[in-house]
Design a protein around this ligand. Structure first.
Ligand SMILES: O=C(O)CCC(=O)C(=O)O
Length: 239
């Protein structure tokens, strides 16, 4: 195991690593602005994946329909490091933008999709990411399953506490999917980050329709890009 992989397994995250120029950040942000209205949480007016302009798309499928996001999930700086953790064949099943308004809080949690698959989350700082606005993590929390009582106690803290991810605009960090995270944007500006999610190819990526102890799942799986070394990328589960 490489030194980086050993740190990842121990702490539950690695980074920061440089990735995007200012020009690339602006392009991704303006592409997001142009299409964001079509992407929806499953509960809100969500239907299916479609190229018809009137149909909403799952909010974690930006790489399926936006070229710059499709290229982003395949960037070697990310893919090679994710392969170092998950193995040579990886499935890019999630790509979305997280916006956090000034002063907003996001409760501590683990993404519900990772209850079905270990996987990794890649957080890319797009704009306004500082130690005051950053995502907070609980290093090592991926190693110890938390009791329901501790989970409820943590949720009441509303993303406050923990360690701010030490990255800045243009950089990225890789987090274990089971790592607890939350946020409290204490700054006076909005923060934007990109979240990419990968798993091993045996995972059939499920789309949650509700959250909580017993979530409902959509009957369709999320369109996912299979990335194999020395081979063209292949779409799986796309309609
Ligand atoms: O960036 C944040 O504030 C939270 C992101 C998040 O909740 C997630 O990655 O699941």
């Amino acid at each position: 195991m490489s030194e980086l992989a050993a740190v990842y397994h121990q702490e539950g995250w690695i980074g920061p690593f440089p990735l995007l120029t200012q020009c690339e950040r602006e392009k991704l942000s303006s592409d997001f602005d142009a299409v964001a209205a079509r992407f929806a949480f499953p509960r809100k007016n969500w239907n299916t994946f479609s190229s018809e302009a009137s149909v909403s798309i799952w909010y974690k499928s930006f790489h399926w329909s936006v070229e710059s996001f499709n290229a982003l999930v395949q960037r070697p700086e990310i893919v090679e490091r994710v392969r170092g953790i998950l193995g040579p064949k990886i499935l890019a099943w999630g790509a979305t933008v997280i916006e956090r308004e000034a002063r907003s809080v996001h409760p501590w949690h683990v993404d519900i999709e990772h209850s079905k698959s270990p996987g990794v989350s890649v957080h890319i700082a797009l704009s306004g990411v500082t130690s005051d606005s950053s995502l907070n993590i609980l290093p090592g929390s991926h190693l110890k399953p938390m009791s329901k009582v501790s989970q409820r106690r943590l949720a009441r803290k509303d993303g406050v506490g923990g360690v701010p991810l030490p990255f800045k605009d243009g950089e990225f960090c890789i987090l274990d999917g089971a790592l607890w995270h939350g946020s409290h944007n204490k700054s006076s500006h909005m923060r934007r980050s990109i979240l990419l999610q990968y798993s091993t190819p045996d995972y059939i990526p499920a789309i949650p329709l509700s959250w909580g102890a017993e979530p409902n799942w959509h009957t369709s799986s999320a369109p996912s890009l299979l990335l194999e070394p020395n081979a063209d990328s292949v779409w799986m589960y796309s309609p």
